[in-house]
Write a protein that binds this ligand. Sequence first.
Ligand SMILES: *Cc1c(COP(=O)(O)O)cnc(C)c1O
Length: 373
Amino acid sequence: MAIAFIDLQAQRRRLGNRIESAMAAVLDHGQYINGPEVAKFERGLRDFSGAAHVVTCGNGTDALVLALMAWNVGPGDVVFVPTFTFVATAEAVALVGATPFFVDVLPDTFNMDPDHLAASIEKANADGMRPKCLIVVDLFGQPAAYDAIRNVARRYGLKILADAAQSFGASWKGARVGTLGDITTTSFFPAKPLGCYGDGGALFCEDAETADKLRSLRSHGEGSHRYEHVRIGVNSRLDTLQAAVLIEKLAIFEDELVARNTVAQRYASGLSDVVQVPVIRSETVSAWAQYTLIVENRDAVVDAIRASGIPIAVHYPIALNNQPAYSHYPVGPGGASVAIDLSQKVFSLPMHPYLDEETQSTIIRGIRDAVRK
Ligand SMILES: *Cc1c(COP(=O)(O)O)cnc(C)c1O
């Protein structure tokens, strides 16, 4: 049987007919938008994360846009973003008319480099730009260096938007993702650690006023009732059907996170003597959205692995500051040499909670053979 990069069917088998029943219940009551499952899932996310307020929305990119809109980020404002991430992090900034300012990442955790962030803010100030906030990404599921980043943010009076699209379920110093930024966003794209059967997203915050504003913004800027519009908003809601699916998946998520960590440990013990395996800081527990290796001769290694039938992926082959649509935006002092280097050396292995030991041994053998060639 072919090895899956992310095996969603294994999870579906485990859930049995619970998904079908949950969806059938929605078809019966017919409240496809803002049905009772949406509020129930938001309560579930609140309990799981420990965040005071949760607002679901259409997808993880919209979640970022909604957060920036809630903070009135717009033309003339600068938002610092890591340059080694999925494009949506910078795209959201450009979509609200602000300027993404690219910051380099750390070579071991792939997350935003706090020193380069400080240097980038200094440069933006020196160039007469207007720093407004920063977006921290917990790449591949591991929370960023929030201590150091908060220190820098505080020094310059900038808010932190945590893009936790890949890290929902992870924790940092015992605190769950959802409570680490001033606003945190996540995605329920099917391949994310907690995924639905389509698009979905959510925002987390501690402040009730911000949560109210986000609820209004996701529904056309509605005011005291549906046809009063107090601000310019968007249409971005989590479908009731997706909420129903997510309620069932959230019920087994804690257990899946444990399984993901077991899979990661097995990879580390089978591979750490031949390749650079992920470095996990002692204060973090990763959600393992990806299991990402670093090799010098990536393209040759990747060809050999693919030839042996093992599916792998490259996240990400191009640093954002080198992307055609983003190369005109500013980048911190000295450029982003770490991100550019990583973009040429990383690749990710199959990673999901249902990866059995036998399949994993096959993958480990395949990787060992390929890197030794
Ligand atoms: C997936 C992802 C997003 C966007 O989420 P969508 O739900 O696909 O819009 C944003 N940021 C990061 C880091 C992501 O990995």
